[in-house]
Write a new protein. Structure first.
Length: 297
């Protein structure tokens, strides 16, 4: 398929998807990792832009519990966060910030945990607000913190789709494996995709992906989808320092191409067409509240 044909195909697919919008829910994809600092936020932003360039409306929710990563990485300081929605001061639309190239983001996503303190009536009102996000985004990426903590496990378990990011470091790989293992022990319906970031070369990335897929199949009896890889690139470090997404700054770099390939695979798989599987943001919050109220991890 040549480039023009590929584009025509994408536009055609998008038209069909737009027509079915009333019944469609946003795809909720959680981006997580076992070890911190492997490139989740960088991946979420740049993959979000790649998806946006393909015509998908993308919203990123920064659900890290530490520093407000996305704000810092984009050099944009939003006035409001999810906390303002939960304490009733702002509507969900008010806390959506415009990022570069049409992506939108919400900071303070970790405020989602404040929902536990609300009465049923307040919760209902907030969930109705969240539902509105299905109309403004085709894909919602949830950028989490790292590790096998209770909160992260709950965010992972609430979503149908999870992208797990690892680097070639052995500790990052074993921590990623531990996260998959813990999640699967709680819920076998989660679909995991693997991204190897900061690999030295294609061979290294491929070996890691193959091993991860093989070991997960053998010992966890689960099929991990190898989504793709991004090689180590100094341009990414440079762009991060300049608070500019590298996919915009260096669109012709290898890393940008690898990111575009990942975005393409992410939207060409059976998940995308099987929209009945998506329960949207309401389903996501609902699952999370269920875990909050009924289960102890
Ligand atoms: N492919 C890459 N090549 C080189 N540097 C990279 C690459 N991907 C990410 N980085 C750099 O790695 C650092 C960590 O990235 P990032 O903040 O996205 O990680 P994270 O997983 O979100 O971290 P945290 O767990 O703290 O949220 C950043 O400085 C980023 O520029
Ligand atoms: Mg981060």
């Amino acid at each position: 398929m040549d480039q023009a044909e590929k584009l025509r195909q994408i536009v055609q697919d998008l038209k069909q998807k737009r027509n079915a919008r009333e019944t469609r829910k946003a795809r909720i994809i959680t981006v997580t990792s076992g070890k911190g600092g492997v490139g989740k936020t960088s991946f979420s932003i740049n993959c979000g832009i790649a998806l946006n360039n393909m015509g998908y409306r993308v919203l990123i929710i920064d659900a890290d519990f530490g520093l407000a990563n996305i704000d810092v990485m984009l050099g944009i300081m939003p006035e409001y966060s999810l906390f303002h929605v939960i304490d009733g001061k702002k509507s969900i639309e008010d806390v959506i910030t415009d990022g570069p190239c049409g992506i939108k983001f919400i900071s303070g996503g970790s405020g989602i945990w404040e929902l536990i303190n609300l009465s049923s009536h307040e919760l209902e009102t907030i969930i109705r607000q969240f539902e509105g996000l299905d109309n403004i985004a085709d894909i919602i990426l949830i950028d989490t913190g790292a590790g096998v903590s209770e909160k992260i496990l709950r965010m992972v378990l609430a979503s149908n789709e999870v992208i797990i990011v690892t680097t070639p470091e052995p500790t990052a790989i074993t921590d990623a494996y531990a996260l998959v293992k813990s999640s699967l022990a709680m819920n076998r319906n989660v679909a995991f995709r693997l991204v190897v970031n900061r690999a030295e070369n294609r061979q290294e990335a491929k070996i890691i992906m193959d091993n991860f897929v093989r070991v997960s199949a053998k010992f966890l009896n689960t099929k991990i989808d190898p989504l793709g890889y991004i090689l180590y690139d100094d341009l990414i470090v440079k762009s991060t320092k300049q608070q500019k997404p590298f996919i915009i700054e260096h669109p012709k770099s290898h890393a940008a191409k690898q990111l575009n390939d990942i975005a393409y695979v992410l939207t060409s798989t059976s998940f995308e067409s099987n929209s009945s599987k998506h329960s949207g943001i309401k389903g996501y919050i609902f699952h999370m509240m269920n875990f909050l109220r009924t289960r102890k991890i």
